[in-house]
Design a protein around this ligand. Structure first.
Ligand SMILES: Nc1nc2c(ncn2[C@@H]2O[C@H](COP(=O)(O)OP(=O)(O)OP(=O)(O)O)[C@@H](O)[C@H]2O)c(=O)[nH]1
Ligand SMILES: [Mg+2]
Ligand SMILES: [Zn+2]
Length: 362
């Protein structure tokens, strides 16, 4: 494997040149394990790496922290020292979404991507409004947008075509294909995007078939990360982490977990719009911080008892809020772990300090 097969190009090489003298190595991040990252080196070696203190401290926002798809400068460790990310190269494209909460927060889905494939179906997943949001974000990233109306075998030809046409009408810049894993030839159109050094990422709701399509493109080599469900015995291979894979025939693919993404794609403004009825009721709850539990004074509970609101509305509302809270929580955990690591490092002998970028440059 060459660096170019991983997406390396002249601009990256130029930015990297000062790091050559330091003996650092270019590598592309292929997995985000929350605390550590998986990185791929030019010789095809996959290593587990940690973020260096300077990289962490120089990042003004979460979005500036290394993400899957980023090119980084690695200081390789040995049996006693971890491999450390010493610098992150500028992103040539950045696929991210903004969450409008109290302060504008940006979450990077993947860096240095040329094509984003949205997978949906003509049935339960079909949602033009969500599609419009996906495509707006892809447009901003400067990546090419492709949409798959997948699982065509489960719907009538007319349903599939109507869905595809509606997406095309709304988003003329997107290439829309009707596909099915049951008819592999429908996926041939995707092969034209697979070229050495070109990175493609797949997004969409859970269960629409992202990993299945990827598995087909990989020639059935995909390492499904999830176990078969013990209770049902069924293989629901829900993708749990973002992952970058390099195709032998050329091309780079990044799989994404579905469900959480969908929730996370919904920023708080959209959440409010979707649940305007619940919000409206909540204004009449006795306490401002009402958690809408089964206690007196909750206007939502009253509405439910009186049959003015479906209990599932409240359930959906609470679930989404929970997802957002979890995301904030996992970031906080990561931040604290990194800070602890840094503190431990500064307590180590001088030799380690000298190797640390931060100390070195001060
Ligand atoms: N009938 C039919 N089933 C499909 C098709 N594509 C995928 N599936 C099935 O749909 C289910 C979900 O597919 P996955 O590829 O795991 O979906 P995913 O989008 O990766 O889901 P997450 O990883 O949870 O985001 C699996 O049981 C697949 O076999 C298709 O074209 N037709
Ligand atoms: Mg998947
Ligand atoms: Zn309430």
């Amino acid at each position: 494997m060459k660096l170019e097969d991983l997406g390396w190009n002249w601009d990256f090489a130029k930015e990297f040149s000062p790091f050559l003298d330091k003996g650092w190595h270019p590598a592309r991040l292929i997995r985000d394990n929350k605390i550590t990252y998986g990185a791929l080196l030019g010789d095809g070696r996959e290593v587990e790496v940690v973020m260096g203190g300077k990289v962490y401290h120089d990042a003004a926002t979460d979005a500036e922290l290394p993400a899957v798809g980023d090119w980084v400068a690695l200081e390789l460790g040995d049996e006693n020292n971890e491999h450390v990310i010493r610098a992150r190269l500028s992103r040539q494209t950045c696929f991210s979404r903004k969450m409008s909460g109290k302060r504008m927060e940006e979450q990077v889905i993947a860096a240095n991507i040329q094509v984003v494939v949205v997978v949906t179906d003509a049935g339960p997943d079909f949602n033009l409004r969500r599609m419009e949001r996906y495509l707006a974000i892809i447009g901003r990233s400067r990546a090419k947008a492709v949409v798959l109306v997948n699982k065509a075998d489960l719907f009538s030809n007319e349903e599939n075509q109507t869905a595809a046409e509606a997406i095309r009408a709304q988003n003329p810049e997107a290439e829309v294909h009707v596909t099915s894993l049951k008819k592999k030839s429908t996926l041939n159109a995707l092969k034209s995007y697979l070229k050495p050094g070109i990175s493609i990422t797949f997004i969409g709701s859970s269960g629409t078939g992202k990993s299945s399509v990827i598995n087909h493109l990989l020639g059935g080599e995909y390492q499904w990360t999830d176990e078969v469900n013990e209770i049902t015995g069924k293989g629901r291979h829900t993708t749990t982490a973002r992952e970058l894979m390099v195709l032998r025939k050329g091309g780079i693919i990044i799989d994404n977990p579905g469900i959480r993404e969908v929730h996370m794609w919904t920023d708080e403004t959209t959440l409010r719009e979707q649940f305007a009825d619940v919000e409206e009721l909540a204004r009449n709850c006795r306490f401002d911080d009402c958690r809408h539990g089964p206690h007196a004074g909750c206007a939502i509970r009253v509405a439910m008892t009186e049959g003015r609101m479906e209990p599932s509305r409240l359930e959906g509302f609470l679930k989404l809020e929970e997802e957002i809270k979890k995301l904030h929580h996992s970031r906080e955990k990561r931040r604290m772990t990194l800070e602890r690591r840094e503190r431990q490092k500064t307590n180590k002998p001088r030799k380690y300090d000298a190797a640390c970028n931060r100390a070195e440059e001060e």
